[in-house]
Design a protein around this ligand. Structure first.
Ligand SMILES: [Mn+2]
Length: 305
């Protein structure tokens, strides 16, 4: 057998223009990855309160609408079902937009995307690392563990029902933006594995445009990989997005989010988007909730536009 060494490398996804794929909306009414009530109402609140309108105004085509809830059979079956919904959307050539829900949704969304795009890149925008294992977690809350699960940092027996996660994410497929509250064990996991990580302080020091450029240069230097953006609203400053479960001071500002969304959208490779941790029950006022929903909706439309 002869091998033609002049053949260029096959770039499987290069022919696909992710930016123009229709969007499938998944309402993930999932709140049992943490203990504060109300976050399971986030998806409906986001969709009806601003996301639908923002996508429409940006002329983004939406196709299917799916619904997943953890109320009937519990958290793990809901997350396994979410993985299947995301997988189906991606296989149909669509971009899954998952509205959470607490950030345990990333167990389902990243899994679903990896089944279709093994070479996926994940840009995780969050105040927290969400990279605890059951043994390092101080709270035992699953919304703080999805990345550790995908990286295979703990045994599947440690959490009953998590067997649907293939644990096939490599550290070099992941980058953080906006992090500012890491447990010591999380910080060493990120350090030891050389995971690309830019804090909110880095964003203030270098500017968001420089940070995005660095992130893309580090996780996708050839500019050819599909990207999942997993956005936790607590990445934003509490003055920008107050209606969330675990707010942390000194976060990203509105202009940071605008630049972030614009530059990621410009890559043409956003293959999916998660919106997590909007909790309408934790808003101190109608105005606080409206601001949180508005900022999140604008971010979504700018990413997918
Ligand atoms: Mn999170």
């Amino acid at each position: 057998m002869t091998v033609d060494m002049t053949m260029p490398h096959q770039h499987h996804h290069q022919d696909l223009a992710y930016g123009t794929k229709p969007v499938d909306v998944i309402l993930a009414r999932i709140g049992r990855g943490q203990k504060k009530g109300g976050v399971e109402q986030g998806p409906d609140c986001l969709w009806e309160g601003g996301v639908e309108q923002a996508l429409g105004e940006a002329d983004i085509t939406t196709d299917e609408m799916r619904l997943v809830t953890d109320q009937d059979f519990g958290l793990m079956p809901a997350l396994a079902e979410l993985a299947v919904s995301v997988e189906q959307a991606a296989r149909n050539g669509h971009r899954p937009l998952t509205l959470g829900g607490d950030h345990s949704i990333a167990l389902g969304t990243i899994e679903g995307m990896l089944r279709v795009y093994p070479d996926l890149r994940v840009i995780y925008i969050d105040a927290h690392g969400d990279i605890n294992t059951p043994s390092t977690s101080k709270t035992g809350n699953l919304h703080g563990m999805p990345l550790a699960a995908h990286l295979g940092l703990f045994g599947q027996r440690e959490i009953p029902g998590i067997g649907f996660v293939g644990a096939r994410l490599l550290p070099q497929q992941l980058a953080f933006i906006g992090v500012r509250e890491l447990d010591m064990t999380e910080a060493s996991i990120i350090d030891d594995r050389n995971i690309v990580c830019y804090s909110a302080e880095d964003v203030r020091a270098y500017g968001m445009a420089a940070v995005v450029k660095q992130v893309l240069a580090q996780i996708d230097p050839e500019g050819r990989h599909p990207i999942l953006i997993s956005f936790d609203v607590d990445a934003a400053d509490p003055s920008v997005a107050p209606a969330t479960g675990v707010p942390v001071a000194d976060g990203l500002l509105e202009e940071d989010l605008d630049i972030l969304a614009e530059l990621l959208c410009k890559t043409g490779r956003i293959a999916g988007l998660d919106l997590a941790e909007v909790n309408p029950a934790l808003a101190a006022s109608e105005a606080d909730l409206a601001r949180t929903v508005e900022v999140t909706s604008r971010f979504a439309a700018a990413c997918l536009g």
